[in-house]
Design a protein around this ligand. Structure first.
Ligand code: FES
Length: 99
């Protein structure tokens, strides 16, 4: 079950910034964690899960589960729930190919 719909509802009165996610421009909620901003934008698959057919997605939203990792501005294995979103951020989700 995805938790993304709850974040989309919270985004209706927010301000936005532009970031890049896996090479694509995306307008996301400003002044929130990156994980929350991505969920609000409808992105809830952050990479492949450990079991076949499963996907990785934010679970704890407080830095303990490591289900939200991404490469941010070239720095790998960042927990997106512990990073505040900022304009121009380059985000590569765990399932993305390099380059
Ligand atoms: S959602 Fe659990 S560490 Fe980020």
């Amino acid at each position: 079950m995805s938790i993304a719909p709850a974040f989309r509802t919270a985004a209706t009165q927010a301000t936005f910034v532009d970031i890049t996610v896996d090479g694509r421009s995306l307008r996301v909620v400003a002044d929130s964690t990156l994980a929350a901003a991505l969920l609000a934008a409808g992105i809830d698959r952050f990479g492949p899960g450990l079991a076949p057919g499963q996907t990785m997605q934010p679970f704890c939203l407080m830095g303990t589960c490591f289900q939200c990792i991404a490469t941010i501005d070239g720095i790998a294995h960042q927990r997106t729930c512990r990073v505040v979103v900022r304009a121009g951020m380059d985000v590569r989700l765990a399932g993305a190919l390099p380059g």
